[in-house]
Design a protein around this ligand. Structure first.
Ligand SMILES: CC(=O)SCCNC(=O)CCNC(=O)[C@H](O)C(C)(C)COP(=O)(O)OP(=O)(O)OC[C@H]1O[C@@H](n2cnc3c(N)ncnc32)[C@H](O)[C@@H]1OP(=O)(O)O
Ligand SMILES: O=C([O-])CC(=O)C(=O)O
Length: 383
């Protein structure tokens, strides 16, 4: 047993996985062997889900059957919608609402109690909850805007259907393609904190709903998925103040512990390849939009980091840096950005949980004890 302490488990190998590979120095990301650049432009999100859950890209007929099986599972019971309505009325944060709703979804799953060792059932549960996340999220957002939920449309793909349920209108081709691409880019990323959380939960042979609910909790933090919302809020603040973006981040940087959201990464020593793709999308969308050019504001901050020599030290844009400006141009509410990340990442949480449980070993590290060992107990009345 080694006594070497690796805080934050930095660089520690804890499992084998065939799902995604990251070369942090080269800025390369692959899912099951396929470059993220190819998947983002050539494959639909449903194809990517199939890949992550089966290890292979589907044939046309396999994809059609798989996409249908997801579309068929999109509906939720009235009790789930009532819960979404109650959470909206309570002014719950969207990530907290999603956490509660995914947990609640197990109540309507007939297979919820089937042991996790039954991989086929776990796979079906994973598919069901991935299918229903967009439905509960869109319903929650509509309720808080005082609108009734829109039923899912089985004719629409995963990305288009979510935008349709959110807005009540079918998205145009650009919006559908952009959103589908963003979902693919967020679907998996090795043992990031939320996926590791799902795996730890799965390693107790707990069920898929627990694993995904835990993943949502971990993703919500500002050091992880929560950063995409923080980036957009920063840009909105800069715009509202009419501030120069570089002066703004410099001034904020004087505050202890303030970090530019969307910058830096535990694994990448260069710019995140997903940020490269999202940046291009952001530039395209902003070029044709009216009003503030959010891409230019974000880019000015990146250029500043570049000039400071920070980008080459890995304090470079991560996936969260440009995703917000893309979602904002699609008209998505800012506090829905992290839930959308969760919607996509459910693919990775389910995939890694299934993969790990197939060759399970309980995850149980240890802490170096630094407390006292021989204290004399003092009865309550004498303390
Ligand atoms: C989907 C995702 O989860 S991507 C990450 C999303 N999170 C964010 O964007 C939040 C902002 N970024 C950060 O807080 C960090 O970069 C993290 C949490 C992502 C990675 O952190 P770690 O791997 O622990 O790196 P660590 O905190 O050791 O940082 C290394 C150095 O870079 C600096 N640094 C890291 N990120 C930033 C940043 N965003 N702004 C300014 N400096 C930064 C740190 O101050 C530290 O400098 P020092 O060695 O002089 O003290
Ligand atoms: O891998 C990480 O640590 C964070 C990240 O970029 C992701 O989860 O997509």
């Amino acid at each position: 047993m080694s006594d070497e302490l690796r805080k934050g488990l930095e660089g520690v190998l804890v499992a084998e996985s065939e799902l995604s590979f990251i070369d942090g120095d080269a800025g390369k990301l692959v899912y099951c062997g396929y470059a993220i650049e190819d998947l983002a432009t050539e494959a639909s999100f449903e194809e990517v889900l199939y890949l992550l859950w089966n290890g292979e890209l589907p044939t046309e007929s396999e994809l059609a059957a798989f996409a249908d099986s997801i579309a068929e599972e999109r509906g939720v019971e009235d009790a789930v919608l009532e819960t979404a309505e109650a959470l909206a009325a309570a002014d719950e944060e969207p990530m907290a609402a999603l956490r509660t709703l995914v947990s609640y979804l197990s109540a309507e799953d007939d297979e919820a109690d089937v042991p996790a060792a039954d991989q086929a059932a776990s796979r079906r549960k994973g598919r069901r909850l991935t299918a229903k996340i967009p439905t509960v999220l869109a319903a929650f957002d509509r309720y808080r805007r005082g609108e009734e939920p829109v039923d899912p449309d089985p004719e629409l793909g995963y990305a288009a259907n979510f935008l349709y349920m959110l807005t009540g209108e079918e998205p145009d081709e650009v919006a559908e393609e952009t959103f589908d691409q963003a979902l693919t880019l967020h679907a998996d990323h090795g043992l990031n904190a939320s996926t590791f959380t799902s795996m730890v939960i799965g390693s107790t042979m707990a069920d898929m709903y627990s694993a995904v609910t835990g993943g949502i909790g971990a993703l919500s933090g500002p050091l992880h998925g929560g950063a995409n919302q923080d980036v957009m809020e920063m840009l909105l603040d800069i715009d509202e103040q009419g501030a120069d973006p570089v002066e703004y981040v410099e001034k904020k940087g004087e505050q202890e512990d303030w970090r530019v959201p969307g910058m830096g990464h535990r694994v990448y020593g260069v710019k995140d390849p997903r940020a490269v793709i999202l940046e291009k999308k952001s530039e395209e969308l902003n070029a044709t939009a009216e009003g503030t050019n959010w891409y230019e504001l974000a880019d000015a901050i990146e250029q500043h980091f570049e000039e400071q020599g920070l980008v080459s030290k890995g304090i470079a844009p991560n996936v969260d840096f440009y995703s917000g400006t893309v979602y904002y141009q699609l008209g998505i509410p800012v506090d829905m950005f992290t839930p959308i990340f969760a919607m996509a990442r459910a693919g990775g949480w389910v995939g890694h949980t299934l993969e790990y449980q197939a060759e399970n070993r309980l995850i149980r590290p240890r802490a170096r004890y630094t407390g006292e060992k021989d204290r004399e107990f003092v009865p309550l009345e004498e303390r």
